[in-house]
Write a protein that binds this ligand. Structure first.
Ligand SMILES: Cc1cc2nc3c(=O)[nH]c(=O)nc-3n(C[C@H](O)[C@H](O)[C@H](O)COP(=O)(O)O)c2cc1C
Length: 326
């Protein structure tokens, strides 16, 4: 067993967290991770309304007795999102751990704190991590340049970001982006983190509620098979390098400022959902991190977490222990 401040504070057995994932973070995924002793995370905005989120939380409770969290991603969207209503639903449901991401969660903190909720804010820079600590978040999840989804615009990898955050923050740090195996967990702990957060690796598991063809494409992919799109819009996203991602890049490379209207039809969220449901790999885009280069199988969440923790323990006790002479 590896015990850290994060396992203690969240009441979980292993320092392994499943990051919020649009269309993937449903009860099947979340409960599988929590049942395996990690922290599963439901994605609030995968549910079309706060009422549906309440139902999904109830469904997940039927599938696990262990703690799980809800991710709320606060980003500008084409269709306005009733964030305050989602927060009310989360509070009413009795959920005690929330992962916030995107914009500053400050306006929502007092209500969540009053309900006894622990808040993990996901940040992509040291300055945002310091701010998260200052406004009262309980932990930060630090997403390095390697990560799937939005790595920010600074392009600083976790090898630099994590020790910087560890030097400057008092609250626990969760290392996110590029993690998928026991070596990664040991590295994260050595760099000063108290847990790892994984998105891409958990997509490629038996229980992830997405089409088998998507999982197989990710097993076949190498570390070079991701693309950074929306750079020209200063809203960079790391996605799987398919024909749609390449088309987006082609539009962005055209002379003059990028007009999102030219890209929007290619990247609509509903297309991503259909891609996951139908396994049609060029229907839209999907987030994927560089760690796909390290993924070679489609295990159950239980087997994956056990393997990560066992390998980490072995590395710490044997390989690293043996390097130190008395
Ligand atoms: C398919 C997919 C969808 C994601 N959707 C979200 C999201 O809706 N909100 C969010 O905060 N992060 C989202 N992420 C990012 C993950 O929570 C996590 O920060 C990231 O995957 C970590 O990097 P890794 O993929 O290298 O493990 C998504 C990641 C993936 C792979």
């Amino acid at each position: 067993m590896i015990k850290t401040r994060v396992t203690e504070m969240l009441g979980i057995s292993h320092p392994v967290i499943q990051g919020g994932m649009q269309w993937v973070g449903r009860a099947e995924m979340t409960s599988a991770v929590s049942n395996a002793g990690g922290l599963g995370v439901l994605t609030a905005l995968t549910q079309p309304s706060p009422e549906d989120l309440l139902k999904e939380i109830a469904r997940c409770r039927e599938m696990t007795d262990n703690p799980f969290a809800v991710n709320l991603t606060i980003l500008p969207t084409i269709k306005p999102v009733p964030y305050a209503d989602y927060i009310s639903a989360i509070i009413d449901s009795g959920i005690k751990i929330v992962e916030t991401a995107g914009r500053n969660p400050e306006p929502f903190l007092p209500a969540m704190k009053a309900a006894g909720i622990k808040i993990i804010h996901k940040c992509t820079s040291l300055r945002h991590s310091l701010k998260a600590e200052r406004i009262g978040c309980d932990m930060v999840s630090v997403d390095g340049f390697e990560c799937a989804g939005h790595p920010g615009e600074d392009d600083v990898t976790n090898l630099i970001l994590l020790p910087l955050a560890a030097q400057r923050l008092k609250i626990p740090i969760i290392a996110s982006g590029g993690f998928g195996d026991g070596r990664g967990l040991v590295a994260a702990l050595a760099l000063g983190a108290d847990a790892i957060n994984m998105g891409t690796r958990f997509m490629v598991t038996q229980e992830a509620p997405i089409h088998e063809k998507v999982k197989q494409a990710m097993v076949a992919a190498s570390e070079l098979d991701t693309s950074l799109i929306y750079r020209s819009l200063k809203n960079t996203a790391r996605v799987f390098k398919n024909s749609v991602a390449l088309k987006v890049l082609e539009i962005e490379e055209q002379e003059g400022p990028t007009d999102f209207d030219d890209i929007a039809p290619l990247v609509k969220g509903t297309k991503g959902r259909e891609l996951f449901e139908q396994g049609e790999l060029d229907r839209g885009i999907w987030s994927a991190g560089m760690v796909i280069g390290l993924i070679n199988d489609i295990p159950t969440c239980k087997d994956l977490i056990e393997r990560i923790v066992n390998d980490a323990e072995e590395i710490i006790k044997q390989r690293l222990g043996n390097l130190v002479s008395a």
